[in-house]
Write a protein that binds this ligand. Structure first.
Ligand code: NI
Length: 279
């Protein structure tokens, strides 16, 4: 078998070695840069970055038992993450938020009671966000600059007024392990590791024991692949303009090609207003 394998390698090497030097790159004069980067984006589901940087995000906490366990794991791996917290949980456990901030993590607003914004009146959305903004500021002394709508449910109009009133950037995700369905830690890990690309924003929830159990392997495997973890604000600060599309490369990276994306009208991939099962 060794002989056969070697001959295959040689057979492959032959034509490649015999190829002429690659042709000079075709010049592509003045290809316009994607419009998306001309103004600061209101929202992101991933960020186009020049390096192996990704952001791990945890929603729906803080959880009295699980979030401190997760903070221990994050500290062991020297990873900074972003927590999108529920206001009514914040007032229960402000000390957990303080610990998270002390240890280098970022906090974002994930509403007071986790409703789907998409079909709500502005006053109700405003109240959900303001109460949580107040709770976070009371807990850690500063206001959040990020918001993630529960279920990813938000309209284009809501994004605009929320951004202008609260100054929030609206953060979705491009990697979703569906951990809220509790598929087991190994599945959560393999989904995240398979789908993560440079610039990815990874969704998960620090209210499910299986998610916490999945994190040591997930972090080990992503770090072994060379990924480096930063907070969402750090990832956004690293954002680079989208490269111009090269002919012939379209379709190679269908879903996850990281990009600076103002969030399109419809929430990408995600269950916009699904049954309320998805936290
Ligand atoms: Ni949630």
């Amino acid at each position: 078998m060794v002989g056969a394998a070697s001959s295959i390698v040689l057979w492959l090497a032959g034509p490649l070695a015999g190829q002429p030097p690659s042709a000079p790159p075709t010049t592509s004069p003045s290809i316009p840069v994607a419009k998306a980067v001309e103004t600061p984006a209101i929202g992101y589901s991933a960020v186009h970055v020049d390096g192996p940087f990704v952001a791990m995000t945890f929603d729906d906490g803080p959880s009295e038992k699980l979030t401190p366990e997760l903070l221990d794991i994050l500290a062991q791996h020297h990873i900074h993450a972003t927590f999108f917290v529920i206001g009514r949980n914040v007032v229960e456990h402000p000390e957990i938020l303080r610990r998270a901030v002390r240890e280098g993590h970022e906090i974002g607003n994930h509403s007071w009671s986790h409703p789907a914004f998409g079909k709500m009146r502005d006053e109700s959305v405003r109240a959900e966000l303001q109460k949580t903004d107040d709770a976070i500021r009371t807990a850690i002394g500063v206001r959040p600059v990020l918001m993630r709508p529960p279920y990813g449910s938000i309209t284009a109009r809501q994004k605009k007024w929320i951004n202008s009133e609260f100054g929030y950037r609206i953060i979705l995700w491009d990697v979703d392990p569906l951990d809220w369905k509790r598929p087991g830690p190994a599945v959560v890990t393999s989904r995240i590791v398979r789908e993560t690309r440079p610039g990815s924003i990874i969704l998960s929830h620090d209210i499910h024991p299986g998610t916490i159990k999945a994190m040591p392997d997930t972090f080990d495997q992503l770090q072994a692949k060379g990924f480096k973890f930063v907070t969402i604000s750090e990832l956004i600060a690293m954002g680079k303009p989208m490269p111009p599309k090269e002919p012939g490369t379209e379709g190679l990276k269908p879903v996850s090609s990281p990009s600076v994306m103002p969030i399109p009208q419809q929430v990408p991939g995600a269950s916009p207003v699904p049954g309320l099962a998805n936290p």
